[in-house]
Design a protein around this ligand. Structure first.
Ligand SMILES: Nc1nc2c(ncn2[C@@H]2O[C@H](COP(=O)(O)OP(=O)(O)OP(=O)(O)O)[C@@H](O)[C@H]2O)c(=O)[nH]1
Ligand SMILES: [Mg+2]
Length: 339
C-alpha cells in the first residue's frame, strides 16, 4: 500500500495530525519524543465523486480510497549521527513514498521545543540536511563497495554513485528515486499554525509551497456540530485541511483513482499513473488479474449521467479494452475474468 510519512521535530504536532487523518487516538503530549518508533494507520481520502456514484446507485457500501500514514518519531539536529532517538527513523522514512514535513509555527510556551524559539524554516533546513547526511552515509558505503568491484559494471556503478555524491555535496536536487535516497522523496511542507499573524508570517519565508493548517484545532473540531462551517471559514482564511494535504500528498505521488461497482458496493482504488488494466486488476483482487479477459470502461461523467452498464452500452458509452489498456483518472472499470 502507498505510504505517506510524517516527519518533523519532537512536539510539533505529528501525532495530532496522524490522529486527525486516521482517527487512531494515539498518545499526544506536551513533552518531546512522546512517539517512540512509529505509528502506522490507514487514512481514507474523502472523494465527492465516489459519494456521487454511491448515491446514484443507492449503494449499500462505499469503500473509500485508502493510503497508509506513518507517524515517525521526532528527529532533531544530529539524528543521522545518533542524536535524540537516533537514526532508527531512517528505515521508517525509507519505506515511505512521500514525506509530509510537519513544522511548528504555533506559539505556546507550555509546549517545549528543542529550538531556541519557534522557527519552522530552520526546522525544515535541519530536517532536510539530516536527510542529506543520511544519504551521504549510504552513498559512501556504496562507493566503498563498488570500488572493490573491478568489473565494467562495478566501475559504472561506482561512477554513478560518485556523481550522485557530488550533487548532494553541492546541495543540488537529486532525482534518483531508484536508489531510495531520502532527500529525493516527494515532499509536502505543512506549517502547524495557530492562526496568529506571528505564525502566518512564516508562509512567505519559504521558497517552496507550504500548507498552513492549525492541526490542533482540526483535532478539537472533529466531533463538533459546526465542523463544516468552521472548516469553510478556515479554508477562506487560506488554511488547508488535513484532507486537502492528504490529497496533495496523494497527487504528488503520481496517483489517480479508479472505481469499481459490484453488488451495490462502490469502491475506489489508488493507482499509479500509467498502469495497465492488467495490473490495475490486482488492486481489486489477485484472482481477477490471474483470469483477466478484458475490461469494460466508462468515463465518470457518462457514468453519472447513465449509472447502469446496460444503459451505458445502449448509449454507446462503454468501451471494451484489453490487458495493455492504460487506465485513466476517475474511470469506472468492470473487469471480465475467468475464475
Ligand atoms: N497550541 C497548540 N498546540 C498544539 C498544536 N498541535 C499540537 N499541539 C500540542 O503539542 C503537543 C505535542 O503534539 P504531538 O502531536 O504529540 O507532537 P509530536 O510531533 O507527535 O511529538 P513527538 O511524538 O514527541 O515527536 C501536544 O500537547 C499537542 O496537543 C497546535 O497547533 N497548537
Ligand atoms: Mg508523536
Amino acid at each position: 500500500m502507498e505510504k505517506i510519512g510524517l516527519v518533523g521535530f519532537p512536539n510539533v504536532g505529528k501525532t495530532t495530525f496522524f490522529n486527525v487523518l486516521t482517527k487512531a487516538h494515539r498518545e499526544t503530549a506536551p513533552y518531546p519524543f512522546t512517539t517512540r518508533g512509529k505509528n502506522i494507520g490507514r487514512a481514507y481520502l474523502d472523494d465527492p465523486f465516489l459519494e456521487e456514484i454511491g448515491e446514484k446507485l443507492n449503494a449499500e457500501e462505499i469503500r473509500k480510497p485508502m493510503v497508509e500514514v506513518v507517524d515517525i518519531a521526532g528527529i532533531i539536529e544530529g539524528a543521522s549521527k545518533g542524536e535524540g532517538l537516533g537514526n532508527e527513523f531512517l528505515s521508517y522514512i525509507r519505506e515511505c513514498e512521500v514525506l509530509i514535513f510537519v513544522l511548528r509555527a504555533f506559539e505556546n510556551p507550555d509546549i517545549p521545543t528543542p529550538m531556541e524559539e519557534v522557527n519552522p524554516l530552520k526546522e525544515y533546513e535541519i530536517l532536510v540536511s539530516e536527510l542529506y547526511l543520511s544519504d551521504l552515509q549510504k552513498i559512501e558505503k556504496l562507493e566503498k563497495k563498488f570500488l572493490k568491484d573491478k568489473t565494467r559494471e562495478g566501475r559504472e556503478k561506482y561512477n554513478s554513485v560518485v556523481a550522485i555524491r557530488e550533487k548532494i555535496e553541492k546541495g543540488e536536487e537529486v532525482s534518483d528515486r531508484e536508489m531510495g535516497l531520502l532527500s529525493s522523496k516527494a515532499r509536502i511542507i505543512v506549517l502547524n499554525t495557530d492562526g496568529s499573524e506571528n505564525s502566518l508570517k512564516w508562509i512567505s519565508k519559504f521558497k517552496d509551497k507550504t500548507y498552513p493548517c492549525p492541526l490542533k484545532l482540526y483535532e478539537e473540531m472533529e466531533d463538533m456540530e459546526e465542523r463544516r462551517e468552521m472548516e469553510d471559514y478556515l479554508k477562506k482564511e487560506g488554511n488547508y485541511s488535513p484532507q486537502d494535504i492528504l490529497w496533495e500528498a496523494f497527487e504528488s505521488l503520481g496517483y489517480i483513482i479508479f472505481y469499481t461497482v459490484k453488488n451495490r458496493i462502490v469502491s475506489a482504488f489508488p493507482l499509479k499513473i500509467g498502469t495497465t488494466a492488467y495490473d490495475a486488476a490486482e488492486k481489486v483482487h489477485s484472482d481477477i488479474k490471474k483470469g483477466f479477459i478484458k475490461v469494460e470502461v466508462a468515463n465518470l461523467n457518462d457514468f453519472l449521467k447513465f449509472p447502469s452498464w446496460v444503459l451505458l452500452r445502449e448509449k454507446g458509452f462503454l468501451r471494451t479494452e484489453g490487458k495493455d489498456y492504460i487506465v485513466k483518472d476517475r474511470e469506472i472499470l468492470e473487469f471480465k475474468f475467468s475464475s
